[in-house]
Design a protein around this ligand. Structure first.
Ligand SMILES: [Zn+2]
Length: 445
């Protein structure tokens, strides 16, 4: 990987540059759409190219469970498997097992009023470890937290256990038990073969107390060291021709920063991960329940501690206002399910001027199934240049969505992604011309 900073904004910490990767260049700041199952939902790789998406984000947890990393490797790696020859990044699986343990549980609680029987404040407790799926009661491990959900029968169902060695979890697909460690996460990501891969981290839930956040951060640091060690080991062996099953060469590893919303922990974590020597830095544990204001503050504590020369990726953040605030504080890339998920839920992006004209509740999108669009001849966003806005009316999209036609979600997703890719282009141009703040003011009125 080669990262070049081409321009720094005079008035903010925003910067524009390029990341050169084995499968092509990424212009930064860049939005990285999420393609969880080696597919950006509803769009083909050819359409992603048309939209000028430069890189997307695959989820190790999902691909490991289905179809399995070995199958993808056998078929030539993730690029060949899905017919996309551009850059890809994968996460470590850490966030997904975290979601399994907490995020989804919260959703379930809201929907079904289930109770949490989890106990996370039992650090350093002895428990039976599981290695490679097998119980080995002779080795004590230190447990950070376990999560359960209470089933209808009143019995607790095990979801995930976070321990020093790794995370034991149950597959959401078939209930089978798995054990993910930093080493295993790197091995899987090597097999998948993305251009950028992530160190395995313990995504700290929110809110937690200081002691818990510190334990979780320290574990993330130990896991980052183990991830890097495994990454180097496999690279050396691949070069020596000893491990041909780990084919991907030219991969870059990003370390992940945690530290919850505590200033000294975030700074400590940033310094630690920065000094590790990974090629890029990812900022994790954000947008997990804290306020936007606190998220921006946390970025302000974190980023100044980082070396300028490394690219910085913000994990799981990507609403329009967040994009501006993150870029302003020096973030280079960020990934989020927002554009694709919103499109599936009838929310289509529009410029804030259009949203104001439409009296939309949201500053950046409108709900296409709203009755007022049933006979509306205008495009979704009259300011958008995408194929959808050039060819179809709101009325047609309204009809497709109302009729549950697959094309509705496809066109909606196409527009939403185009909208964000085009916004990032405008942001890069604004940084180049030293007018980033003016552009931000235009958008965030
Ligand atoms: Zn459009």
């Amino acid at each position: 990987m080669k990262f070049e900073i081409l321009k720094k904004d005079k008035n903010t910490d925003a910067r524009a540059g390029t990341i050169s990767l084995p499968h092509g260049k990424v212009e930064t700041p860049s939005f990285v759409p999420v393609g969880t199952q080696a597919s950006v939902k509803a769009l083909s790789p050819q359409e992603l190219k048309e939209i000028e998406v430069q890189i997307f984000f695959g989820n190790t947890y999902h691909l490991y469970l289905r179809p399995g990393a070995a199958i993808i490797q056998e078929l030539g790696g993730i690029h060949k498997f899905m017919g996309w020859d551009g850059p890809i990044m994968t996460d470590s699986g850490g966030f997904q097992v975290f979601s399994l343990g907490l995020g989804k549980l919260k959703l379930k609680i809201e929907k079904e009023k289930l109770k949490i029987a989890g106990r996370y404040e039992t650090p350093y407790e002895n428990a039976s470890p599981v290695c490679a799926g097998k119980l080995d009661p002779s080795v004590p491990i230190r447990r950070l937290r376990m999560t359960f959900k209470e089933s209808k029968t009143g019995k607790n169902q095990f979801l995930a256990e976070f321990a020093e060695e790794g995370v034991r979890f149950k597959s959401h697909l078939d209930g089978s038990e798995h054990f993910l460690t930093p080493e295993k996460s790197i091995q899987i990501q090597k097999q998948l073969g993305a251009d950028i891969i992530l160190a395995f981290d313990d995504c700290t839930p929110y809110p937690v107390d200081y002691a818990y956040a510190e334990l979780s951060m320290e574990r993330t640091h130990r896991w980052a060291e183990r991830s890097l060690k495994e990454f180097k080991r496999l690279r050396t062996k691949t070069k020596a021709g000893l491990r041909p099953q780990f084919l991907a060469s030219g991969q870059s590893l990003y370390g992940v920063i945690q530290g919850s919303t505590f200033e000294d922990l975030r700074k400590k974590s940033a310094r630690f991960i920065d000094a590790l020597g990974t090629e890029g830095i990812a900022i994790g544990g954000m947008a997990v329940g804290e306020s936007k204001k606190l998220m921006y503050k946390t970025l302000e504590w974190t980023i100044p501690e980082l070396e300028e020369e490394k690219p910085r990726h913000l994990l799981g953040v990507g609403e329009v206002d967040d994009i501006f605030e993150a870029v302003e504080r020096g973030v280079d890339t960020l990934d989020c399910v927002t554009p694709t998920r919103l499109a599936r839920h009838k929310n289509l992006f529009v410029h804030p001027k259009i949203a104001a004209l439409e009296k939309s509740k949201s500053r950046f999108n409108l709900i296409i199934t709203n009755a007022k669009y049933a006979a509306d001849k205008s495009p979704v966003d009259p300011l958008c240049q995408c194929v959808v806005c050039q060819n179809y009316s709101r009325a047609y999209l309204h009809h497709l969505y109302k009729s549950n036609e697959i094309l509705g979600v496809r066109l909606g997703t196409y527009h939403n992604l185009y909208f964000l890719v085009s916004l990032m282009k405008q942001i890069r141009e604004a940084i180049a011309d030293n007018r980033f703040q003016r552009l931000k003011q235009e958008w965030l009125v």
